[in-house]
Design a protein around this ligand. Structure first.
Ligand SMILES: [Zn+2]
Length: 154
């Protein structure tokens, strides 16, 4: 005969205050990508030598072909909005004050979509399929946030 234990279904609440400060190397591939944003206001991609997909942000290996990629391509930075959402709540980790929008931008010449913020447009005027172009910060530091946002463009 099996003995059954009565388990409470009261929720358990555990308060955790966690702080963690650490540095992570961006690696050679992302360092080149981020330095290009900082120094040249250029968005770079990497092309797979086998399937010819262009990855932005770049990655070292093609996830489809499992081959190493080393052929860099300069993109214009212009692209098309493929999806988006509007954020209306505040969380401490968010780099912008709500309400704001971010979306997936299909950059011209890229095979992958790049997530980033949308700006320079009323939130209720954002439309999937709209053309976009990047707005870079004046003070850049080698971060994906060196692109302040994508605004309506040609
Ligand atoms: Zn490939």
């Amino acid at each position: 005969m099996t003995k059954h234990t009565q388990i409470s279904d009261e929720p358990v609440v555990v308060e955790v205050i966690a702080h963690s400060n650490f540095l992570v190397s961006a690696g050679a591939t992302n360092t080149k990508f981020l330095n290009s944003l900082k120094d040249d206001k250029k968005i770079l991609g990497l092309t797979c030598p086998k399937c010819k997909k262009v990855y932005v942000p770049p990655r070292l290996h093609c996830p489809t072909c499992f081959v190493r990629m080393s052929e860099w391509v300069d993109l214009s930075g212009k692209g098309t909005l493929s999806s988006y959402t509007v954020v209306r709540y505040k969380e401490p980790y968010m780099p912008k004050e709500p309400p704001f929008a971010y979306g997936i931008i299909q950059l011209d010449g890229a095979s992958t979509g790049m997530p980033h913020f949308l700006g320079g447009v009323d939130l209720d005027k954002i439309k999937i399929g709209m053309r976009l172009e990047p707005v870079f910060k004046e003070q850049r530091e080698g971060s994906i946030l060196d692109i302040d946002y994508f605004k309506p463009g040609s």
